[in-house]
Design a protein around this ligand. Structure first.
Ligand SMILES: Nc1nc2[nH]c(S[C@@H](C(=O)O)c3ccccc3)nc2c(=O)[nH]1
Length: 285
């Protein structure tokens, strides 16, 4: 049986790389920031990404960009719950909640989310128990430091070994908390306490993490490192770089890519899948 994730009843097959579309529900990312506008615009954006071919959506109510103001539980719930309810009702794809707050995890799954995406790798107080109680798959991501200062001066003796060790520890903690291994995914956390050199080293050596035995998610979409490498100072000018980076991530083992530009990424992966489908010549042929 080919690998798959049961996202609260919505099955995400991992027989081929899957595309996770990003839906940010942060007032500053929509028109006048009014609550109704924000919900409506976020739902419309999510529906558009599914039309473009997204296999699942990632709903985030708190920007974790360096320097972003923290958001209260109440405010984050006000932002994400209506969007999750509407998208779960109007699409068939699994909905992931991008949060590190236990209360938001529980409420989001109750509202229809089928996956938890936690940039803190369930390290916040109560997060392990909350995630275990929901029974949905969880993405455990590596981050060095905190969003507020993680990019000040990231340093590793051996970035691959240190990220690997962190993920081994989080996988163990999650399984000890009662989360089945079939419900666990890992993510190297590109841009979370890493220089561009660190990010490229991790991307180059992604296959090293496959021995952990769980699907890997990669998120490089429009990130600063891609801007540094291309000279594209505006995130929306980093589409080609993002597509290239995610194609490489898939070639080196990633099973899910978290992207803004769904249509472009879906097209690129179709070419990859066509090449993957070509049978390997028989040794004696
Ligand atoms: N699992 C997983 N979740 C994620 N959430 C985000 S937020 C991202 C942004 O797109 O703004 C971002 C980029 C750089 C700094 C802060 C926030 N990035 C990921 C990721 O790489 N993996």
């Amino acid at each position: 049986t080919s690998p798959q994730l049961d996202c609260a009843g919505r099955i995400l097959r991992l027989d081929r790389a899957r595309v996770m579309g990003i839906v940010n529900v942060t007032p500053d990312s929509f028109s006048d920031g009014g609550a109704h506008d924000t919900t409506e615009a976020a739902v419309a954006h999510g529906l558009k990404l599914v039309e473009e071919g997204a296999d699942l959506l990632d709903i985030g109510g708190e920007s974790t960009r360096p320097g972003a103001a923290p958001v209260s539980v109440e405010e984050e719930l006000r932002r994400v719950i209506p969007v999750i309810e509407q998208l779960a009702a109007r699409t068939q794809v699994p909905i992931s909640i991008d949060t590190f707050k236990p209360e938001v995890m529980r409420a989001a799954v109750a509202a229809g989310a089928g996956m938890i995406n936690d940039i803190y790798g369930l390290r916040q107080e109560g997060a392990l128990d909350a995630a275990a109680a929901t029974g949905v798959p969880v993405v455990l991501m590596h981050m060095q430091g905190e969003p507020g200062h993680m990019q000040a001066d990231p340093h590793y003796d051996d970035v691959v070994a240190e990220v690997h060790g962190f993920l081994v520890q989080r996988l163990f903690a999650a399984e000890m908390a009662g989360i089945a291994k079939k419900n666990l995914l890992i993510d190297l956390g590109f841009g979370f306490g890493k220089t561009t050199a660190h990010n490229m080293t991790l991307l180059a050596r992604s296959e090293r993490f496959l021995e952990l035995g769980v699907p890997m998610l990669a998120g490089l979409s429009r990130k600063r490192s891609l801007g540094e490498l291309t000279g594209r100072d505006t995130p929306s000018e980093r589409v080609a770089a993002s597509v290239a980076a995610h194609l490489i991530a898939v070639q080196r083992g990633a099973r899910i890519v978290r992207v803004h530009d769904v249509a472009a990424t879906v097209d690129a992966l179709k070419i990859w899948q066509a090449v993957e489908a070509v049978p390997t010549p028989r040794a004696d042929a």
